[in-house]
Design a protein around this ligand. Sequence first.
Ligand SMILES: Cc1cc2nc3c(=O)[nH]c(=O)nc-3n(C[C@H](O)[C@H](O)[C@H](O)COP(=O)(O)OP(=O)(O)OC[C@H]3O[C@@H](n4cnc5c(N)ncnc54)[C@H](O)[C@@H]3O)c2cc1C
Length: 432
Amino acid sequence: MSQTCAPGTVAVVGAGIVGLSVATQLQREGHRVTVLDRDEPMQACSAGNAGYLSEANIFPPASPDMLAQLPKLMLSKEGPLIVRPSYVHRMLPWTRHALKVLQPRSLQAVTEALASMTRIAYPALADLATHTGASALLSRDGGLVVFKTEAGLEKKSRALPIWNGYGLPVRRLSASQIAELEPALSDDVVGGLFFENSGRCSNPKRLGQLYAAHLAQAGAIILRDEVRSVEPSETGAITVLSAGGKATFDRVVVCAGYWGGALMKPFFRSVPIVSERGYHLMLPSPDVKLTRPVVFGEPHFAATPMEEGLRLAGTAEFSSPDAKPSMERATMLLRLARRYLKQVNGEGAQTWMGIRPSFPDGLPAVGCVPGHPSLLYAFGHAHNGLTLSAVTSLCVAALIRGERPPVDIAPLDLGRFSNTPAQHHNLRKSAA
Ligand SMILES: Cc1cc2nc3c(=O)[nH]c(=O)nc-3n(C[C@H](O)[C@H](O)[C@H](O)COP(=O)(O)OP(=O)(O)OC[C@H]3O[C@@H](n4cnc5c(N)ncnc54)[C@H](O)[C@@H]3O)c2cc1C
């Protein structure tokens, strides 16, 4: 790669679902787009997620319960949430920030920010999917979380007024109502919650690949190249230094998932992103039928019907991104799923691991680098990257147009971990 681009050029670093959504939206608005990824599009975290377009995930990741259990979790080999001992040093700053978020005012601000994005997430996704010919992959039949104990159901139900208060409709369902919706579930499910506006994507990898195909067909350049750094110049243009060379663009948007942290580190005092690895087990002939995503509440993971079978997905493993995947964490999902789907067939099951890019407050980072409005970032979507991909693209496009984004993105500023109010300057200016 070695070129200088004319005005109106945008480079998007990262061809996961966030980068491809941003690229598609920007191309739609007339920008000349180049997408750079060290791999083919949709090979990282976005390839294997649970496909759940969930309206449930509006809370920060750490709860007082979880933080109190951290020492135990560090020693655990199994369980839905573990911390690898070699990763503890990375978890310390993360935990410090996560603790701050549990203070009532911060908790409310984070919840409000996630809820505001979530409320418009599905229509935004549906619009982008229609634009790229991918709408058949999306459906909106709601999502369930089900429990085997009254205590578990009671605990989860306490948040019902919060979801409903933010305009995300949720109803508590009895065991018989759940059985009517999903007859395949075992009859000892005591009840659950129904998120009626949630949806699903029946093939997340293909969704992104359709975006990529549409981009290429409409003239975007999709390059396989590893970006080493991004450097603002005095003229306002941004230079991308990569394994393939050097190129200058009018604007650059860093959408590199977990690795966005390293590219943004030179511009922020603290970027406490961690690698929260998750696993899936794809069952090609499950012999049971679900019609919508079902989250099993105890322990917490999801089962989603997909084009290629039934996908069991979830678990959180805070671990070095480069450590060998522990695929037994994927295979254990079949054992756990049998508690809820007694007849499920695991023959031919395929394992997969992906790296969730996770900030301590559960919010993504979306904004522009202080003093360099042409250098933007959108990464760190943790458990919600597919759901929030299109709404993120609308925020980035609005920032570039110099208009107010569809949601308040001030809480998404990457400067929020650095305690330097000056870093909020650009954002306030562009949102004004
Ligand atoms: C088990 C599991 C289940 C999940 N379920 C759901 C779900 O149901 N719903 C939901 O909304 N979300 C879910 N998620 C989360 C979601 O998958 C992620 O939030 C999302 O994929 C993040 O997308 P991304 O584009 O930011 O990152 P990625 O998909 O990781 O893409 C980043 C891209 O950047 C590229 N890159 C990085 N650094 C460089 C560089 N220096 N140069 C060039 N290229 C670079 C990488 O190669 C990669 O292609 C789940 C995640 C997991 C692990």
